[in-house]
Design a protein around this ligand. Structure first.
Ligand code: SAM
Ligand code: SF4
Length: 335
């Protein structure tokens, strides 16, 4: 029996098919729920996985049953060789053909690069958008760049990649009066909007349940202006999807905190500095980088990946009395 026999499965029977790779911890925004305003403890450049290393581990994970790769960060568009990363990952063969490669981005600079990304094999893009109001955007991200983001969204729309998804972190007193406007904006841009409950992943560790807007309240606010009807079974998707005014537009709510989807989680994450995390909230990491750089063979790496997944907890435990927020902020984990 080799480490490549059978799917990547944990103690609870969850088969892992979805890989998130963080390409950098750097970012051109400073969203309050993700990064500190200043004094970011950047990862050392020499510790960031090279594209050869990323390609190798993605190949190993494809042999273990991974079929989908989402590139994230920090801001993945800041990685100078992003197009090459996409090209190399998109030609890896998995159980269901070539790996499906998608990207989560804040949209800045997307207009300049999207055609090359599509040509390289990018299949889908998610763009984060918490507000369309310039003053609010500047306050929330600490950078005055909403116009750049809007240009990125337009470019993604023009590229023809579908579904085009927009992600909004719902925050009380910050953007909770803008949910309907955001949904209208998404409709106008042929995009699917997904609201995400804010999770305790901020650099300042000031997350509070009171400031988070729970899924139920998000739906209630949207229902004031839209007719929402549940759109069937969500499968392993974390979002609960609703048809908007009878469809075809949909809106989703990801209740990561109030109704976690840990029971069907099929994700494994690799940080930009080559640490394997089986959960956003994992307390332990496995040092993939040390193996890659220490001359380990594919079998040894596959065994380590298996052991990491076997140790995955049943859930994120945000509600447990002993819950500890991860030491890394979201930007250094990879959302
Ligand atoms: N920079 C890219 C972006 O913003 O899309 C990719 C990385 S970002 C960490 C990935 C996603 O995580 C974004 O949609 C962002 O809104 C979300 N995110 C960051 N911090 C979060 C938090 N504390 N709670 C919920 N979502 C968060
Ligand atoms: Fe940057 Fe994305 Fe984090 Fe905002 S959410 S600071 S855009 S990594």
């Amino acid at each position: 029996m080799t480490a490549f026999d059978g799917p990547l499965v944990d103690r609870f029977g969850r088969v892992h098919r979805d890989l998130r790779i963080s390409l950098t911890d750097r970012c051109n925004l400073r969203c309050t729920y993700c990064m500190p305003a200043e004094g970011v403890p950047w990862l050392a450049k020499q510790n960031i996985l090279s594209t050869d290393e990323i390609e190798r581990v993605a190949g190993i994970l494809a042999r273990l049953g991974i079929i989908e790769v989402r590139l994230t960060g920090g801001e993945p568009l800041l990685r100078p060789d992003l197009v090459d990363v996409v090209r190399r990952l998109a030609r890896i063969e998995g159980d269901e053909g070539q790996l499906r490669v998608s990207l989560t981005t804040n949209g800045i600079r997307l207009d300049r690069i999207i055609d090359d990304l599509v040509a390289a094999g990018l299949e889908r893009v998610n763009i984060s958008l918490d507000t369309v109001r310039p003053d609010r955007f500047a306050e929330l991200t600490r950078r005055d760049r909403v116009e750049d983001v809007l240009r990125g969204i337009q470019a993604a729309r023009d590229s023809g990649l579908r579904p085009l998804k927009l992600n909004t972190v719902a925050m009380r007193g910050v953007n909770d009066d803008e949910f309907c406007d955001l949904l209208r904006f998404a409709q106008q841009h042929e995009a699917e909007l997904r609201f995400i409950e804010q999770m305790p992943l901020d650099a300042g560790h000031i997350w509070s349940r009171q400031r988070m807007v729970p899924a139920e309240e998000i739906l209630e606010k949207l229902s004031a202006e839209f007719r929402l009807t549940p759109a069937g079974d969500r499968g392993s998707s974390p979002a609960e999807i609703h048809l908007v005014d009878g469809g075809p537009t949909t809106v989703g709510v990801i209740a990561s905190v109030s109704a976690p989807f840990c029971g069907s989680c099929d994700r494994v994450r690799i940080t930009a500095d080559g640490q394997v995390r089986n959960c956003l909230f994992a307390r332990e990491e496995s040092d993939l980088s040390a193996l890659l750089r220490g001359g380990a063979d594919d079998e040894q790496i596959a065994r380590m990946l298996r052991t990491n997944i076997e140790g995955k907890r049943a859930g994120h435990g945000i509600d447990d009395p002993g819950f500890l927020q991860p030491v890394r902020p979201m930007s250094a984990i990879g959302g």
